[in-house]
Design a protein around this ligand. Structure first.
Ligand SMILES: O=C(CO)[C@H](O)[C@H](O)COP(=O)(O)O
Length: 226
């Protein structure tokens, strides 16, 4: 299994964002996870396309933009222009999920749907061909540093079954990302349930030695048995 670790810059020092991004990539991160909150869809406010554009020259690692915004389409287009590689959004925040997925892909990015703890995976039923990543939230969106909701493991297993059936039929890979409360001490269980891409904010940026955390996560992943 090809595992990917995606530090969430939500927990980085925003006053030194470029340096924080270079540091986690030097420490072994595969992807930069970029949380966009609008104080409407979620009760918090973070960063927009201008910040994405500003950090783009600081790394060649993929920038994975998680849109916690409503409406979605205008901002998705702006992030594609600002240098995002992957753009995910919450299906219930879009009036036309299929259209938003197409908009993101037509702009040259990978597209994905995000599922809150209480959102049904049935949104996937008719759009698998237009999805490159599924993101399962293991916390309610809006804040870093929350505890992992154990029921998310069942949803990860269900998403993994859908992906494996789809890949067996089409040969096309879809990434399965998990976000919220992922730490060294639970990443192995999350991987065993079927995830291949792991967002971690406070677990990485909350410690002084990013490499030690990422190495410890990889050591746990090596034992996951998938
Ligand atoms: O999307 C998010 C919150 O909405 C964050 O990416 C997520 O919670 C990661 O933070 P942590 O690893 O500290 O839980």
């Amino acid at each position: 299994m090809n595992y990917r670790i995606a530090p969430s810059i939500l927990s980085a020092d925003f006053a030194r964002l470029g340096e924080e991004i270079r540091d986690v990539v030097a420490a072994g991160a595969d992807i930069i996870h970029f949380d966009v909150m609008d104080n409407h869809y979620v009760p918090n406010l973070t960063i927009g396309p201008m910040v994405c554009e500003a950090i783009r020259p600081h790394t060649s690692a993929p920038i994975d933009v998680h849109l916690m915004v409503k409406p979605v389409d205008a901002l998705a287009a702006m992030f594609a222009k600002a240098g995002a590689d992957i753009i995910t959004f919450h299906p219930e925040a879009s009036e036309h999920v299929d259209r938003t997925l197409e908009l993101i892909r037509d702009a040259g990015c990978k597209a994905g749907l995000v599922f809150n703890p209480a959102t049904s995976l049935s949104y996937l039923d008719h759009v698998m061909d237009k999805i490159d990543m599924i993101l399962i939230m293991s916390v309610n969106p809006g804040f870093g540093g929350q505890s992992f909701i154990p029921e998310a493991l069942n949803k990860i297993r269900a998403a993994r079954e859908r992906i494996d059936a789809y890949t067996a039929r089409t040969g096309r890979e879809i990434w399965l990302e998990v976000d919220g409360g992922v730490k060294v001490d639970n990443i192995r269980e999350v991987a065993a349930a079927g995830a291949d891409t792991f967002v971690a904010g406070s677990a990485i940026y909350g410690k002084p030695d990013y490499k030690a955390v990422i190495d410890a996560m990889r050591a746990e992943l090596a034992k996951a048995g998938r």
